[in-house]
Design a protein around this ligand. Structure first.
Ligand code: SF4
Ligand code: SF4
Length: 235
C-alpha cells in the first residue's frame, strides 16, 4: 500500500484560504487504510477547516466527498461532472491521485492535503514500514524476499556495509530503530539454508527500469478496449 501523512493544518488552510467553495475529496484505498485520507478524515479535515475559516473571519464553503480511487477515470469522472461552482479541490489521496485529478485539465486547482511517503506494509495497527521502492526489476529471489533497495539505507546490493551493528543499521537511533536490511537477509538465508548463495556477488543493477530511467508507463494492448487501441496515452 501507499503510505501517507497528513499535512499540517496551517499548510493546508493556506492552500485554500482565498477560495469560496472547496471540495475536500478523499480516496477509499491506501490512504483510507493508513487513516489519513478516507471518508472519516475528510469529515474531520473539512470540519476543522470550517472552524479555522470561521475563526479567521473567512467565508469558505467546504464540500465533502470520498471516491473509491482517485487514480482511475471510472471513479474520477463522476466527480468532474459535479464541480460547478467549486473553486478548488483539496485532495486527500496520495500524490498519484492528485496528479491524476490535475491531468483531467480541470479549470480549478487541485491541492494535496497529505504528504505521500512510501510503499509499505502494516507492521502493526498504527505502524507502517517501507518495503519496496518499485525498482522495476525485482531481485527478491536473491535476497530471501527482503529488499535491500527499500530497506537498506544505502540500497547496497552486496552487504552489509561496515556500519552494521548487532543487527541494526548505522542510521539507527533509540528514537528510530532501523534494522540492518543485510543482517535480516543473512538471518533469512540461514533459516532457509541458502547462506552459500549470498557468496554470489549481485551484479550492478540497471537502474533504467527504476524511477532513474524517467517516468514509467505500461500499455497492455490485450487489455485495451477496442475504441482505445489507437489512442496514445500521455506518459
Ligand atoms: S527489488 Fe525492486 S521491485 Fe523488488 S521489492 Fe525491492 S525495490 Fe521493490
Ligand atoms: S548498516 Fe545495513 S542497512 Fe544500514 S546501510 Fe549498512 S548494510 Fe545498509
Amino acid at each position: 500500500m501507499i503510505v501517507a501523512d497528513a499535512k499540517p493544518l496551517d499548510e493546508v488552510f493556506g492552500f485554500v484560504e482565498n477560495y469560496g467553495k472547496v471540495l475536500v475529496l478523499g480516496c477509499g484505498e491506501c490512504v483510507t487504510v493508513c487513516q489519513v485520507g478516507g471518508e472519516k478524515e475528510v469529515a474531520v479535515l473539512a470540519q476543522t477547516l470550517r472552524l479555522k475559516a470561521g475563526s479567521e473571519g473567512k467565508e469558505i464553503e467546504f464540500l465533502e466527498d470520498t471516491i473509491q480511487r482517485q487514480c482511475e477515470p471510472e471513479f474520477v469522472e463522476p466527480v468532474l461532472e459535479h464541480l460547478d461552482g467549486v473553486d478548488a479541490v483539496l485532495s486527500l489521496a496520495c500524490g498519484i491521485g492528485v496528479n491524476f485529478m490535475a491531468d483531467q485539465n480541470l479549470d480549478v486547482p487541485v491541492f494535496p492535503a497529505v504528504n505521500t511517503t512510501f510503499m509499505g506494509a502494516t507492521v502493526r495497527h498504527g505502524e507502517w514500514a517501507e518495503r519496496c521502492a518499485a525498482c522495476g526489476d525485482c531481485i527478491l529471489h536473491l535476497t530471501g524476499g527482503i529488499c535491500p533497495i527499500a530497506r537498506c539505507a544505502k540500497s547496497i546490493l552486496n552487504g552489509p556495509c561496515g556500519g552494521t551493528n548487532d543487527g541494526e543499521c548505522e542510521i539507527s537511533t533509540p528514537e528510530n530503530p532501523v534494522d540492518c536490511a543485510w543482517a535480516l537477509i543473512i538471518e533469512r538465508a540461514k533459516k532457509l539454508g541458502t547462506l552459500d548463495k549470498l557468496k554470489d556477488i549481485i551484479a550492478p543493477k540497471d537502474w533504467s527500469t527504476a524511477r532513474d530511467g524517467g517516468p514509467r508507463r505500461r500499455v497492455r494492448p490485450d487489455l485495451l478496449l477496442a475504441e482505445e487501441e489507437d489512442t496514445d496515452v500521455e506518459a
